[in-house]
Design a binder for this molecule. Structure first.
Ligand SMILES: C[S@@+](CC[C@H](N)C(=O)[O-])C[C@H]1O[C@@H](n2cnc3c(N)ncnc32)[C@H](O)[C@@H]1O
Length: 404
């Protein structure tokens, strides 16, 4: 957390970012890029702003409670919340030009009351607490507490161009401090606030920003050089590029999605990474999938999901209509696995993955699929919990096709 208060101008930026997210419904990453673009901020100051905005979003209901405001009046009352945030963390008040003051006695009493309400203390809305308890049972309290922590900064070494130790040494020469992650062979944790994307290492494609948990998912695909691999929900290619490195540039890696702009982004990233065996293809209709029937050694389905495993990084999802969208997402996941599994050849492996930790989107979805598709059998699965690894939360399951 901070050791001294935000400046007046940084406070204004935090308020603008949070107003965009909470009152205009913009995703947090877009609110950051909109507010930071064109500004010549020091990387450390930018990091301080993201620390404050991220922490407020991770525990929004707590901070609203202690200063007695509603989240939907943030655009008018945000300065009061930001003052309350500073007092809560034992900091002096920031010097904002116009700001609403906090009654410090009432604040202290509200903090004592909040300490008696564990879900509120962990910044967890009621719907999420109910869902977590129902789905994760005794694992939920620790997970709820882990999900309000700030995310660590992880990158993945691009093994097409570099090895992990060399990358750490090269980053050090550019003023970036980083350490290997013991349990994930490709992962590096960045421990300084440096502007990673301005480094020569990034421009040369020596690494990609990718959570260590996400790296475990791509590693489970276990793609080998020369294979035919399909990444059917590839997005902008976080996992595609990791799979390309496993394949050492040999074989065919088809990255598909329903959004062309994401695939365009992926192409740019693949070029920088030197991943020359990646081909992109838009999914225009079910025919795109049918044409690839029984063709792939590996199919990765990193399906659209609630994102409830990655709330540290995307805390805005807590304050959106995620609960209402959940049944729609579960149905889409069912459609995708039922249809896209056709691409796996006999003896090939299907990897189903989400960035959710809720069994409804994970093991229950897989069990249903296996019951209805007896020509696949279960190999293994893993739920990566933030409370156990410190990474973002993910789920992955591996299944093998035994016959047509
Ligand atoms: C969890 S994200 C994928 C993230 C990506 N694999 C990565 O590692 O960066 C899910 C992706 O599924 C895509 N998607 C949504 N509906 C789809 C569908 N019916 N078929 C294929 N992809 C779909 C979304 O556009 C999104 O990019």
């Amino acid at each position: 957390m901070l050791t001294y208060p935000l400046s007046g101008s940084s406070s204004e930026l935090v308020l603008n970012i949070l107003t965009m997210v909470l009152n205009q419904g913009k995703p947090l990453d877009r609110a950051y890029s909109h507010n930071f673009s064109g500004l010549k901020l020091e990387p450390t100051e930018q990091a301080r702003i993201t620390v404050v905005a991220g922490d407020i979003l991770r525990r929004l209901n707590l901070y609203c409670f202690i200063v007695d405001i509603n989240a939907d009046e943030f655009d008018r009352m945000g300065s009061k919340l930001l003052n309350g945030w500073h007092l809560f963390h034992g900091l002096e008040l920031p010097k904002m030009q116009y700001s609403l003051q906090v009654d410090e006695k009432a604040l202290a009493a509200n903090i004592e009351s909040a300490k008696q309400q564990p879900a509120l203390w962990d910044g967890c809305p009621q719907w999420l607490d109910d869902l977590g308890q129902q789905q994760l049972k005794d694992k939920w309290p620790a997970e709820r507490a882990a999900l309000m922590q700030a995310p660590k900064r992880f990158i993945r070494v691009n093994e097409l161009k570099c090895d992990r130790q060399k990358l750490i040494e090269k980053l050090a020469k550019e003023g970036v401090t980083a350490v290997s992650v013991e349990t994930v062979p490709s992962a590096v944790e960045v421990t300084s606030d440096s502007a990673l994307f301005r480094t020569e290492c990034f421009k040369q494609g020596l690494f990609e920003q990718q959570d260590a948990g996400s790296q475990l998912v791509a590693a489970a695909v276990d793609a080998k050089p020369g294979m035919r691999v399909v990444d059917a929900c590839a997005g902008a290619g976080g996992k595609t590029l990791h799979i390309a490195a496993q394949m050492q540039g040999k074989g065919r890696l088809l990255a598909m999605d329903v959004e062309q702009w994401k695939l365009d982004n992926l192409k740019t990233r693949a070029k920088r990474a030197g991943a020359h065996n990646v081909e992109t293809r838009i999914i225009a209709s079910s025919k795109t999938i049918k044409r690839l029937k029984l063709s792939a050694d590996r199919v990765l389905l990193d399906v659209p999901c609630s994102g409830l495993g990655v709330l540290k990084r995307n805390p805005d999802s807590k304050w959106r209509d995620t609960a209402e969208r959940l049944p729609i997402l579960v149905d889409l996941q069912k459609q995708i696995i039922d249809s896209y599994s056709r691409m796996v050849k006999v003896g090939g492996i299907l990897v189903y993955a989400t960035c959710s930790i809720m069994p409804e989107e994970n093991r229950l979805q897989v069990d249903r699929f296996l019951a209805e598709h007896p020509h696949f059998s279960f190999i293994d699965d893993e739920t990566i919990l933030s409370s156990e690894h410190g990474f973002d939360g993910f789920y992955l399951a591996r299944m093998i096709r035994n016959e047509e």
